[in-house]
Design a protein around this ligand. Structure first.
Ligand code: SF4
Ligand code: SF4
Length: 172
């Protein structure tokens, strides 16, 4: 496993739920793998169409989560908490990070500082990003090599890597 990750970045989710729906600045796209949608449907005993719409051009994702007309938040957000937390999709687990291939044929983690938890909590180490990378491999059901070719984004289409932090390299 070979990747670059932000140096000395602190992060802790403060459960503000900003990433669980639209904000005044952006429209959120909460994408789901087919298997994720099917598992949520089974657990919540409702058809996928109740909580998500099929999408055709965002492989490997097959659905986009519905949001409420009232506040533009994910339909599974209840009292500012995720009501399907153990089944939440990869994009939710990945936020505020993004993983994409780089020119050195490795891959790079970046993050968006839109997230209120950036610069809060403990400093993230290599093990944190290694675990996140492994999660992507597991969720996509593909070997490490295939995952490296993909861009994996956590509910944001703009990863903003802070130059102030720089990058660290991890490899084995
Ligand atoms: S925006 Fe960041 S801090 Fe807020 S709920 Fe999402 S991940 Fe947690
Ligand atoms: S599935 Fe859960 S974590 Fe993901 S956007 Fe919806 S409420 Fe938030």
């Amino acid at each position: 496993m070979d990747f670059d990750y932000p140096n000395a970045l602190r992060f802790k989710c403060i459960k503000c739920a900003k990433c669980c729906g639209d904000t005044t600045e952006k429209t959120r796209h909460i994408l789901l793998l087919r298997e994720e949608a099917e598992k949520i449907a089974k657990a919540t005993q409702q058809p996928v169409s109740v909580f998500a719409v099929a999408i055709a051009d965002k492989s490997p994702y097959a659905f986009e989560m519905r949001k409420t007309a009232r506040d533009g938040k994910c339909v599974f957000l209840a009292d500012n908490r995720c009501s399907i937390y153990t089944l939440r999709p990869l994009v939710c687990r990945f936020y505020p990070f993004e993983l994409k291939p780089n020119k050195a044929r490795r891959h790079t983690f970046s993050y968006t500082d839109e997230c209120s938890g950036v610069n809060m909590g403990e400093q993230l180490d290599e093990a944190f990003f290694r675990k996140l990378f492994q999660l992507a491999c597991d969720k996509l059901g593909e070997p490490e090599k295939k995952v490296k070719e993909k861009k994996i984004t956590g509910k944001t289409d703009k990863g903003a890597l802070s130059a102030a932090h720089g990058l660290r390299h991890a490899g084995n």
